[in-house]
Write a protein that binds this ligand. Sequence first.
Ligand code: ZN
Length: 132
Amino acid sequence: MDKIEHIGIAVNSLKVSSEVYQKILGVKSYKQEEVRPEGVIAEFFKVGEGKIELLEPTNSESPIAKFLAKKGEGIHHIAFAVNNIYDEMRRLKSEGFILLSDIPKQGADNKLVCFVHPKDTSGVLIEICQEI
Ligand code: ZN
């Protein structure tokens, strides 16, 4: 894996949290984007090489809504950039990790993404992503 691409944070309200992170980071978000199949709106901040991705659910069936109901606001996932997501998925599978999808999904911010089940990753939901 190349680098930490972003950290995803589940929030109840983008309106509130976007202002908070703008204050913390000293920069404005550069993009807000709805990912309809996942039921989320994502808002992105650049921090040097990395990014912060705030995630607000758009409906109660959204994985982010379920996360918030269970755990409250907080870090939802860590995303690693990869060169070839298909190769990495094959490699992780061969190492015995459970992937949450068999093929990469269209994610926010022009990425192909795949998630690794947190039960095998010390409780952290890991995303691997490749720039399209
Ligand atoms: Zn992400």
